[in-house]
Ligand binder design. Structure first.
Ligand code: HEM
Length: 213
């Protein structure tokens, strides 16, 4: 922890972004027990904010949460808001969400150059976590306590929060609307049908006229 106490600028951290020189930004977060909250209502999830970490219990869609037994639960994991939103969009399973309030205690910079090759999750994930606040990616994986203890070996300082670009809030993509302006399409179809009939009618009219004269 030789460099602890050093404060880096975001762009400086972001410039160490290759496998021979790799720095990561990961926030240390503490779960504050007092504001721990539980919600079983996934309808209002978009209103919940980023600094919650969610324990998600996946259950068969046929179960109602009121009568859930541990037997009904398929999996249990801790994921961030972003990942949770994806689940809400794509999962057909019923979800129970338990949110816990997190407090950012520090946003640390880790020099993981020596660890890249040995990272059990592979080098690619670490490389793709550079140049950004990698906290959510780190938390999404649900790293073990021993992984968290290892982190102290690599900490070299903190990042100056004011230099870190604001993270954009996740917005669920809008479902494509199927009745998006179909009027033009309809008019073209009608014209495709009417124009040949009009030409035929005109030709027929001309022929009748020339015959009679
Ligand atoms: C200093 C930073 C990091 C350390 C010390 C670290 C350490 C570890 C360790 C020890 C494991 C084995 C599983 C465990 O004990 O939890 C692991 C797995 C993993 N890590 Fe990291 N990690 C770091 C950062 C990251 C980041 C930024 C990502 C980005 C997504 C990441 C993604 C993964 C993945 C995908 C796995 C595999 C999980 C699995 O197979 O279940 N790690 N990491």
């Amino acid at each position: 922890m030789s460099g602890e106490g050093k404060v880096f600028n975001f762009s400086e951290v972001a410039s160490h972004n290759n496998r021979h020189d790799l720095w990561l930004i990961i926030s240390g977060k503490a779960i504050s027990g007092s504001s721990k909250r539980t919600t079983y209502d996934i309808v209002g999830i978009e209103m919940l904010c980023d600094d919650y970490i969610y324990t998600v219990l996946y259950a068969h869609s046929s179960c109602r949460y009121a009568s859930l037994s541990s037997h009904d639960l398929i999996a249990h994991s801790t994921i961030s808001f972003l990942r949770l939103s994806e689940h809400l969009l794509y999962a057909c399973n019923f979800l129970i969400v338990v949110g816990e309030r997190l407090r950012v205690v520090s946003t640390k910079v880790y020099d993981v150059t020596k660890f890249v090759e040995d990272h059990p999750g592979g080098d690619e994930v670490l490389l793709s976590s550079t140049g950004m606040d990698a906290t959510d990616d780190f938390e999404d994986v649900g790293h073990s306590d021993s992984a968290r203890e290892m982190m102290s070996e690599y900490v070299i300082g903190e990042v100056d929060q004011s230099t870190v670009p604001q993270r954009t809030r996740y917005k669920a993509p809008r479902q494509p609307s199927y009745n998006q302006d179909k009027t033009a399409e309809f008019i073209i179809k009608i014209l495709q049908f009417l124009v040949p009939i009009a030409i035929l009618g005109l030709a027929f009219g001309i022929r009748l006229y020339t015959k009679s004269t």
